[in-house]
Write a protein that binds this ligand. Structure first.
Ligand code: NZQ
Ligand code: ZN
Length: 385
């Protein structure tokens, strides 16, 4: 196991009815801006509950943060925050609203051109306003991590950035607030979480036994509970388990001391930026082929995955790996997330654009061994069609 430091300051308030506890987490004298997306929180009553919990505070709102939040929209909010001298932001929504809010809190005190924050992967951040979240879509883990992914619409660029100041002060995780998710978003959330775990687990052995078994526990839980969330949309325990899985899948716990991949995510971000495909759908397309093509480099962990997650105990090594990849693809499909580019009407002419964008973003040596080159990605994408 490699050396590591682990620090995660986000306080989690988990369970039905926890929105009312927000007030205890924000000092009364602070002026709050509530951020949200396209309106789902207004339609399903979550916004009203938040408003009720914030009675007695001075509170403004900013809506319209879109899925795959854009710099262009977020800069409008930066102006609102500056003009109204907001002290604290509360993001109410899914990963896009939370990520967008992370950009806003860093951009407000930044004196240069705020796109620098994204361009430098967060390196120029010196200060950020405090913020909390009310999560309505379990998927990204953004509610308990210090990363965000923002799109520059004009240049079709979607890039991640991180900074220690970008951990939420607190996050409210009420599983009942996920009941109104459409099936497509339930599937997306399960697939995104699944791939977060594989990015940190399906690499090469590092003797991180606890990390491995945590990762396998999360994958097994997703496989067990994911389909139930589609079949029984109001099953509280199913939603609770999925919500906690998504948070633990990307809060730093399973990545400490072990190698990490993230090549599938970086290719996926380019597909979203170019074609608008949902984040999780890009992952469902790319991951099975990525594992197939990189089976030599990932052999030991793929065999462990085959055995411990899918119970595959027969066949030679290649047959076991084939079976594990097949099961992975079938699982994504069972979550109603198709796994081929053609399922989304995307054809081979996108491939040169993806490669060009990856190069432009300096994503030329990806993966846990920094050996995933643009040429390799080109051959991977050809097999995703
Ligand atoms: O915008 P509204 O009207 O709220 O509707 C949203 C949106 O249309 C809807 N929704 C959310 N909660 C709902 C609901 N509809 C009904 N009931 C509810 N309870 O769902 C749609 C998708 O929301 P979005 O926030 O875009 O989805 P998700 O949480 O999957 O976030 C995706 C974004 O997160 C980034 C992705 O790249 C993408 O931009 N990621 C962030 C990461 C991080 N910060 O660590 C890591 C991830 O790998 C990922 O890259
Ligand atoms: Zn993801």
């Amino acid at each position: 196991m490699k050396n590591f430091s682990f620090y995660n300051p986000t306080k989690i308030l988990f369970g039905e009815g926890t929105i009312k506890d927000i007030a205890g987490e924000i000092p009364k004298e602070l002026k709050i801006l509530v951020t949200y997306g396209g309106g789902s929180v207004k339609r399903n009553g979550v916004f009203d509950e938040v408003k009720e919990a914030l009675q007695g505070y001075e509170m403004l709102e900013f809506g319209g943060i879109e899925p795959n939040p854009t710099y262009e929209t977020l800069m409008q909010c930066v102006e609102v925050v500056r003009k109204n001298k907001i002290d604290f932001l509360l993001a109410v929504g899914g990963g896009s609203v939370i990520d967008g809010t992370k950009f806003i809190v860093a951009a407000v005190p930044y004196e240069g051109e705020p796109w620098d924050i994204v361009k430098t992967y967060g390196k120029v951040i010196k200060r950020a306003l405090p913020f909390g979240t009310v999560l309505t879509l379990p998927a990204t883990g953004s509610e308990m991590n210090n990363g965000a992914v923002i799109t520059h619409k004009a240049s079709r660029t979607k890039l991640p950035f991180v900074h220690p100041l970008l951990y939420p002060r607190f996050s409210i995780l009420d599983p009942t607030k996920t009941y109104t998710l459409p099936p497509g978003q339930i599937g997306n959330g399960v697939v995104d979480t699944f791939v977060h775990v594989t990015e940190q687990y399906l690499t090469y052995p590092a003797n991180g036994k606890v990390q491995d078994r945590f990762a396998e526990g999360l994958l097994l839980t997703l496989i067990e509970e994911g389909p139930k969330a589609l079949a029984e949309p109001k099953n509280y325990n199913v939603r609770a388990n999925l919500m906690w899985c998504a948070t633990l899948g990307l809060n730093g716990l399973i990545s400490v001391g072990v190698p990490q991949d993230w090549a599938t995510h970086m290719v996926g971000h380019e597909l979203t930026a170019l074609k608008g495909l949902d984040h999780a759908k890009t992952l469902a397309v790319v991951l099975p082929v990525m594992l197939d093509i990189r089976r030599k480099e990932k052999k030991e962990k793929l065999l462990q995955y085959a055995q411990r997650v899918w119970g595959i105990n027969t066949g030679d090594d290649d047959e076991r790996i084939d079976a594990a990849i097949r099961k992975t693809r079938e699982f994504f499909e069972s979550m109603q997330v198709p796994t081929r580019l053609c399922d989304y009407n995307i054809t081979a002419d996108i491939i040169p654009d993806v490669i060009e964008q990856l190069k432009a973003h300096k994503m030329i040596l990806l993966g846990e061994k920094k050996d995933v080159t643009p040429d390799l990605i080109e051959s991977i994408l050809k097999k995703c069609l």
